[in-house]
Write a protein of this length. Sequence first.
Length: 151
Amino acid sequence: MLVIRLDATLIEAASPKAHAAGTYKGGFGFHPLTAWCSNIGDALAVMQRPGNAGSFTAADHLAVLAAAFTQVPADHRRDVLVSIDGAGASHEVIDYLTSLNTAPTHGRRGRRVEYTIGWPVDERTLAGIEHLRESDWDTAVDTDGDLDPAC
């Protein structure tokens, strides 16, 4: 399985370079959005953005995802997991990733795209969790498929 990880980072600039701007941490610089192949550590795509670029920008996530997929040879795009933190939690991003999953209609010739996207745990989320019954929970498994005794 190919794993593509999207994440943004802050890069400080010591001078007012082109497109540098104030960051949400009070600094000055850039806020690029990047895509990496977690299997081998290769950078697949980087979108240079000003320091004040928003984190929850679906259009930027879609552009970087599309660029990342084009960097991967077609025969390696058949079984893909995309991982994004809470900044990618939008209907646009999820709908796009779902549309890339062609395995249900094309079988072995299709592409299986799965994804894991973070979710901001705010008051609304916590209130929803409080309404869950004990029977709604299940035992967690570790990466080998064994029951995780810690959960």
